[in-house]
Design a protein around this ligand. Sequence first.
Ligand code: ACO
Ligand code: ZN
Length: 554
Amino acid sequence: MAPSTPSTPHGSGRAGSEGGSPAPTVAAPGSYALDDVIPGVKIFVRKPLPNGQDEQRKAEILSTRPKPKPSAFAPPPPPDAPPPDPRDDTEYYVHYVEFNKRLDEWVGGSRLIIEKEMEWPKPKEEDKKKKEKVGKATPGASTPTRMTGSPRPSGSLLKKAATKAASAVGKAQHPLSKGTPQGKVPQKRRGKDATSSIADDDEDGEEDDEVVDGDGDISMAGSDGDLDGDGEIDLSGPQNPQAAPKVFSKKQEIEKLRTSGSMTQSHSEVSRVKNLDKLQIGKHEVETWYFSPYPVEYAHLPVLYICEFCLLYYPSFTQLKRHRSKCTLLHPPGNEIYRYDDISFFEIDGRRQRTWCRNLCLISKCFLDHKTLYYDVDPFMYYCMTIKDEYGCHLIGYFSKEKESPEGYNVACILTLPQHQRKGYGRLLIEFSYELSKVEGKLGSPEKPLSDLGLLGYRAYWQEKIVELLLNSDDEISLEEIAQKTSITHGDIMHTCQALQMIKYYKGGHIIHLTDAVLEQHRKTMSKNRRSINPAALKWKPPVFSRAQLAFGF
Ligand code: ACO
Ligand code: ZN
């Protein structure tokens, strides 16, 4: 067998499949060129490290694209910049094998190490069968080969995925949309600022800074739709999904709401390649982790500019600035149900603030590797945590919660914006979600599956609360008592105790006991000076929805 004979660039076949021996899957160094690198292959990639050194990591190529043209708004390169490397004319979307998906990135060809071996993709079952047939007819044909005359799939995977996702969005609401009536001006704008009174009673059934239009959607105060005529970007072409006729009828949309979970794991190509590189939110620029179904026009922008209060998105800083001069929103558009120090929580009904919540989902999808359906906001309430300064209440994170959860979930999706992570805010969000469950008199658990970071955050919280109770109770405390006092479900308590090896068999029964290791860890956690939720500052009654409202078929 010739284990590493490469395919020829035009697929004339490789040795190895004749005589029934399996096709080689490895191309030896020097036996292939950059042009042979196609989606599906595994190749070594140079990864710069923070210490200035490089590491060679094996990565799977998920997609390719021509190098995007620099944005019209990008500063010109410095005069002493080295000339561009022609290998970088093509970019490769790489997934580092055995690394978390959020490290996936676009790299120029110059970072691929063709001096090392490369692995061909495993042929799919049906390909194998086809090849077997062809093989019989033309002995010597082998796998895998590059497509003759078509070195790369036409159009990038990303473009296809983005188009698909954007068309699925159907009825998108965005100021750039030509389909959005220009005259959709708020009829009521109370212009409340960040000092809005706490637990603002919503007697008239309306929330602040919002206007419900004919179909129950809401125009954000400060939304503007006047981006035409400045010559900066033309979105009027047929490519604009928002100008396209809507894809889902109301009936279909409702059906989707009923049948789709908020966190179904998607294995489709849509979720494999991330589209945006960076988001600018307020004063922070953050790198995205995953694909998010923003309209296709935004897919190749180096930075997407987001108004941190109304969450509308813009392709340039100039457009954002123009919007900001008109946007009056200074906090999330809902009732402030908690305020303590500079932290507030706003409660927002997904059905009544559909545009805002959809835009929140678009942002959060950039950091959640779960399919959060863009239009699937009606069945959820959103609890948004902000920190206040002289400019307003800035969003730090949020969690969504089903209005009615047959499974007893008290959180659907939870996110701390990356610029605020690892500062204790995730813990605060989790603690708040359990405070709501306590008011409801229910036990609650986060919706599954949890992400890796979600599991770390929850485990840390559950551990802290359970250990705290065990330490503070003189007598033995039962599983039931822990559940009642914390609103953590029996299952989550048991899993936490098992993971920490705190369950012991004693005198014919199981008991929970504290180990030295757990105590030591608890001492360390407690020594960190962190914020906590003050239950007395929560002014909240669980919202009540009629059957008709829960049917989402208004
Ligand atoms: N590595 C190790 N431990 C971590 C990490 C991490 N990257 N992040 C959180 N933890 C653990 C630690 O024990 C931490 O305590 P410590 O900092 O004192 O060591 C504890 O969790 C709490 O950390 P916080 O700072 O309070 O959490 P953060 O604000 O970073 O938010 C969250 C956690 C919400 C999970 C955040 O990482 C996030 O938004 N991730 C992206 C979205 C996501 O995955 N959400 C969960 C999906 S599952 C669901 O939605 C139900
Ligand atoms: Zn705004």
